[in-house]
Design a protein around this ligand. Sequence first.
Ligand code: 4FV
Length: 246
Amino acid sequence: MRVQVLTIFPELFEPFLSTSLVGRAIEKGLLEVRVHDLRDFTADRHRSVDDEPYGGGGGMVMMAPPWIRAVREVAAAAGDRCWRVLLSPQGVRLDDAKVRELAGRADLVLLCGRYEGIDERVRQTVVDEEISIGDYVLSGGELPAMVLIEALSRQVPGVVGLADSVANDSFRLGLLDHPHYTRPPVVEGLEVPEVLTAGDHAKIRRWREQEALRATLEKRPDLLARPEVVAGLTPEQRRELERSKS
Ligand code: 4FV
């Protein structure tokens, strides 16, 4: 998978792209990320990317020409296989299903906005999809782009060591994750559930399934309103869910 990023702060990505899982994925050639400075696509000697808003009002707006030139140039190499994503609060909400959909694409171009926003004609000319990481306003699209790149990288085979840990990721099955424990056996007087140290793996799997359901019922009951989630439950989880309703 190749991801190209357009931003006026390329330096923000350096530590992220050279550390931990994403850093290793890039080192291993499992993921290619190229960060481009939007100012390299400006035409004036001040390398301007923003200007005052038509109609007045506070703040500055990012100009369309540098974005249109930049997206067309960096996408050119990928041809029409390239999917161009603008990170913005107006976008569709990023979730596990959207991450897996985007992970199926070979080439992504991510547009990271700044200031009050981007001239609307960028959306109308060189954007295929807008994505939001949440209903709050950040100062830039760079952190949302990193969130997306990290989530995408976990979908690339070979990036996350234990493949099954991705398969069992929260949300993959639609439920929240079960609790996790490790040494020491007692912390603040709190012990590890006995089932986890008794060595009966069938019992451990059933306990984890029940705990995932319990955590979801308690913290994200909205997830259990999704038919595809209920359809993925084990018969035991389904019985427990019915019991919880009675
Ligand atoms: C955002 C979000 C976000 C809005 C104005 C950048 C900022 C500034 N992007 N999910 N929430 N973007 O707040 O994706 O240009």
